[in-house]
Design a protein around this ligand. Structure first.
Ligand SMILES: [Zn+2]
Length: 271
């Protein structure tokens, strides 16, 4: 599943190239997770102002309205002026004067939704519940700590939920908790201030490193200019059950939390 760093790397890979482009056509393949929300012909003639990101949504700002794109479980975007004809898994294309933005999504959990404004109820439904952006200056330690104090559930599940902080998926949550020395099952509300501070730093650290290295934790990830993501997170715990901890050599453990795998070191993450 594409996570926040992949989505941000994707955005950066085509934002400059698509800015100022005029939409020539929007073409749909098989249905995606939600309907487009307008007739595709309505997009013809509009101009792409820029591409922003909120959580794992890419927000394509048009001179009138927005396209909200989500990569779902298996989606990837390509932007190029030389694309082969669409294949069976290509379900959306925005053909512009600068090139074509194409969504390739074999499992079709991705989405492209048009809204007139970000205040539109549909936009609010998709974006309104999203937590703080972990890489933005608005992500503040005090606010993070205050939000965790309200949660009685396990910290790992609070991170995955995305309503406190967005974009910390399973891999990054596991790694950040390891770096912070916090067991995934620890109750969020019970974390002391120094531990919250360590976790806050660890989340920024893990995501920043993933972003710098090209952001790929997904095997078939490619950023929108077709360049393969070359970064495999150098995981300390994720996917390493039974292998020795890279810090203390204890075998890494695996538990299930809310249908998701949690990897941790029983020594480095005592509680
Ligand atoms: Zn260890």
């Amino acid at each position: 599943m594409p996570e926040l760093p992949e989505v941000e790397v994707t955005r950066r890979s085509f934002v400059a190239a698509i800015e100022g482009a005029q939409v020539l056509s929007a073409d749909l393949g098989k249905p995606l997770r939600w309907p487009l929300g307008c007739a595709p012909e309505q997009l013809t003639g509009r101009v792409v102002r820029t591409v922003e990101r909120r959580g794992k949504y890419l927000l394509v700002a048009l001179d009138q309205g927005w396209l909200l794109l989500h990569l779902g479980m298996s989606g990837s975007l390509l932007f190029s002026s030389h694309l082969p004809p669409p294949g069976v898994h290509d379900h959306f294309e925005l053909v512009t004067s600068n090139g074509t933005l194409r969504l390739h999504d074999p499992r079709r959990f991705g989405a492209v939704v048009y809204v007139d404004s970000l205040a539109d109820p549909q936009a609010h439904k998709l974006l309104g519940h999203l937590g703080m952006e972990p890489l933005s200056p608005a992500f503040e330690l005090a606010a993070f700590g205050a939000a965790l104090k309200q949660r009685k559930t396990a910290i790992k599940q609070v991170l995955l939920c995305g309503d406190v902080v967005v974009g910390v998926g399973n891999i990054y949550a596991s790694e950040a908790l390891f770096l912070a020395g916090i067991r995934p099952t620890a109750r969020a509300a019970s974390l002391s201030r120094p531990r919250v501070a360590r976790l806050y730093g660890a989340i920024r650290d893990v995501l920043t490193r993933a972003l710098e290295k090209g952001g790929s934790t997904l095997r078939d990830f490619s950023s929108a200019n077709g360049e393969s993501g070359h970064f495999q997170l150098d995981a300390m715990v994720y996917g390493r059950v039974g292998l020795p901890c890279k810090v203390c050599a204890s075998p890494i453990k695996l538990i299930r939390q809310g249908q998701r795998s949690s990897f941790y070191c029983p020594v480095c993450q005592k509680r």
